[in-house]
Design a protein around this ligand. Sequence first.
Ligand code: 5RP
Length: 228
Amino acid sequence: MDKAQQDALKKAAGIEAAKLVENGMIAGLGTGSTVKFLVDELGRRVQEEGLQFTGVTTSRRTQAQAESYGIKIVDIDDVDHIDVTIDGADEVDKNFNGIKGGGAALLWEKIVATNSNKIVWIVDESKVVDTIGKFPLPVEVIPFGAGHVVKKFEAKGYKPVLRLDADGKEVRTDENNFVVDLHLERIDHPFDLAEDLINTVGVVEHGLFLNMVDTVIVGDPNGPRVLT
Ligand code: 5RP
């Protein structure tokens, strides 16, 4: 699949998911290129159809895009619930367990997700896999002592790589942390791995999203498939 085809599937999934946002709702808005299509469609509905909803965003990037359409964005602590959160993913398996954080927004994404009544992922069909782990697993770590965390991961065979930007500088998250990507190739025991990662001092959060997702909307050449 080339990028144009993949983008068409991402866009179709985003447009389908936008239908889930109704007047008066509080909606969590994820991060990434697929969510960008979602926010474009929500912005269109706000401007052309008078849709009124409140958004809680998972990154400053998404906040800027949403606000450019006039979508009302509030701080997560200013709402007592989130009706639905729609986000992208890097990989998802048939049990709706998956990997997020390719866009370095995993921490806010997980905080928003765990405070949502319903979680919907939008992906193109290439993201649906039998076993997660081919996509490097992002782990958000505190900069202080990050080198030691990387060494601990190396000793465990997790094949960590500190994420750098195009200028060779450490990528910083919206919380100013680093991201370490684990090149595991496959993750057979995601719950055990999640436990190990979160118990490593210096780790803030990891990109394993397990037992959280209610619906996956898959962009498919035959039209978006809604999996529940
Ligand atoms: C950002 C994420 C994204 O949702 C994930 O990387 C998918 O991105 P895209 O829609 O661009 O493929 O987790 O932290």
